[in-house]
Structures are given as structure tokens and as C-alpha cells.
Design a binder for this molecule. Sequence first.
Ligand SMILES: O=C(O)CC1=CCC(=O)O1
Length: 251
Amino acid sequence: MINFVVDGDAQAPVLVLGSSIGTSHHLWDPQLPGLVQNFRVVRYDLPGHGDSPAPTGPYSVAGLAAEVLAGLDRLGIETFAWCGLSMGGAIGQRIALDHPTRMSGLVLVCTSATFGDSPGPWHERAARVRAEGTGFLPELSRDRWFVLDEPVPPHGRELLQALSTIDPEGYAGCCEALAGFDSRAELPALRVPTRVVAGSDDPATPPAMARELIEGIPGADLVVIPHAAHLANVEQPAAVLQAMRGHLLSR
Ligand SMILES: O=C(O)CC1=CCC(=O)O1
């Protein structure tokens, strides 16, 4: 069963934070103090990540969305705002499309309607993790997660180190879920008020992918964070918090 972590006032409106493949709920530690002022913040760990077990696959974004919703049901949470980075944004899109009455607002950070031109690289990464384990992931992720030639912030170094502790089967299953995700044709039907946040230097989900999201989602707006790669909320914590609060507190 997916691990959930809840912070903040039980009476406050709920904000769910979804993390990327390769990170845990700790991805959002830099924003937590600024969010609990207004929200009951619910975070979760993907299968095999953080404190979640890795059940046998196959995994899909739709299946993970259903698991997160089941967890929110167990917590007695009916309506919520959602902010998800990367895979957390894919899961957020799926829930917004399938359960729009449950979601009051959506922030999509460093994410996309599809993760790459072809699913091949995700299947290759899944196969490598199954063959070798997750030890190679910190080196692979350094230049995808953080701007080249800039020092990695201390929290970013912790997240990179934690990559090698992830359950290989959980990580591989999440790669396969990303390989199968494509919301492009459905974006015009996404009716939850949406803000898209992109990192100016994100090589994994570059600003062009963010523009595809805002061109597809009715009424969506875009904030581009300068000097940020894929983990923009770790590199530029204050700017991402401001973009999140600016959208979610205007609802
Ligand atoms: O690890 C990466 O390549 C970055 C990434 C892309 C989608 C996601 O969730 O993380």
C-alpha cells in the first residue's frame, strides 16, 4: 500500500503533492513550510520509492492515479488541489481528466503530456535497472535534474544519493508507466484550472513540452523559472513556491 505523509491543519483545504520518478515525498521539503500556512498537505511515495513497497507490476499512470485516489479516500479526503512534478504531474493530469469534481486546482511542474518522442529510452532504462540495480542513477540524473556547471543544492545532493536506495522493480515499473503515458489528445477536455511551471534549462521536460500543455488545456497559464532544470523546486524553491501559491490561493 502506498505510503502517505500528512502535514498541517486538519481543517485546512487539502493540497496533494506528487513527486517524480526517482524521488520520494521529500522532494517537496523545501516548499512544505510555505504551504502548511494555508493547506493540509498530503504527500505520497511512488511504489518502491521512499517508504512505499514495490508490488509486482505492470504499473501505469492510470493505475497509480487509482491507488492515490484510494489512499485519499481512506484518509476521508473528497476534494483537493494538486501539484505534481514530472510523474506527479502525469498522475495529476489523469485524476483531473477522470475526476474533475474532486480537484479544485492543478499545478503541473516540469512535466509533460508525453515523456519523450518514443517509449524506447524508458524501456531501456527499466531493463538496465532490473539488470544492474539503481546504483547508476545518481550519475545519470545529475545533469537531468540540475543545471549543468552550477553547484547542486544540499537537498538536491540528498535526493541524488537516495536514488540508489530505490527498489529496482518499483523504479522499472514507474519507467514503464511513463513510457505508456500520453495525454495529448485529452488535454482540451481538462477543465480543472491549471498553471504549468517549467524550468528554463530542463532537459527532461523542456519549456516546449510545457507550451504544449498550455496550448492544449483550456485557460492554462505558464510560468518559466529561470536557472532551473528538472527539479526546479529544489533549485529555485522560493520561485516555485510563489508560482504554486499564486495559482492555488487565487481559487
Ligand atoms: O529521470 C528523468 O529522466 C527525469 C524525469 C522524467 C520524467 C520524470 O518523472 O522524471
